[in-house]
Design a protein around this ligand. Structure first.
Ligand code: ZN
Length: 84
């Protein structure tokens, strides 16, 4: 699948870089920061670690909450894509 800005739409692009989901992503990062009490500050993470945190989990007590938020992001991003 090709994104509207010409990039290949794969999981990485979808989760980390697709500009169509910038606002949702910003919201997600903010929510993760809040539920982890400020421990997970995703804005300062390298893309590779970020990707594995979002899909592989944080491996700490915040993991379940973070997965919930990621799931919510995917659901909303998918809805948005159908409206584009
Ligand atoms: Zn895209």
């Amino acid at each position: 699948m090709i994104c509207m800005n010409g990039d290949i739409e794969d999981e990485r692009h979808f989760m980390l870089t697709c500009t169509a989901y910038n606002e949702l992503r910003k919201e997600l990062f903010g929510q993760i920061r809040v539920v982890s009490g400020g421990i997970w500050c995703l804005n300062s993470m390298q893309p590779e670690s970020l990707f594995w945190l979002l899909l592989g989990g944080s491996k700490d007590k915040y993991e379940i909450k973070i997965f919930e938020l990621v799931k919510n992001f995917i659901r909303r991003a998918h809805q948005r894509r159908q409206q584009l």
